[in-house]
Design a protein around this ligand. Structure first.
Ligand SMILES: [Zn+2]
Length: 71
């Protein structure tokens, strides 16, 4: 789960951009999501690399243990 580093809550986070990368037309191997906190205006980016099973965040967001759900 992604939380705002400033507000320490995911409550006001909005996904402003979401991208899924495909490999061989089927397999999802990378997901990129850009977040914006509607309360304080902070922005950050979340990247999930399926090949390496690695999650990284940059900017004013923090990654907590729970993985976000993808529709
Ligand atoms: Zn915030």
């Amino acid at each position: 789960m992604i939380t705002c580093a400033n507000c320490d809550t995911p409550q006001f986070l909005q996904i402003t951009q979401s991208r899924v990368y495909f490999e061989d037309g089927e397999m999802i191997n990378e997901i990129t999501e850009t977040y914006e906190c509607t309360l304080c205006g902070s922005t950050g980016q979340y990247v999930y690399d399926e090949d390496r099973d690695e999650e990284t965040v940059t900017g004013d967001v923090t990654l907590t243990k729970e993985r976000p759900k993808f529709a």
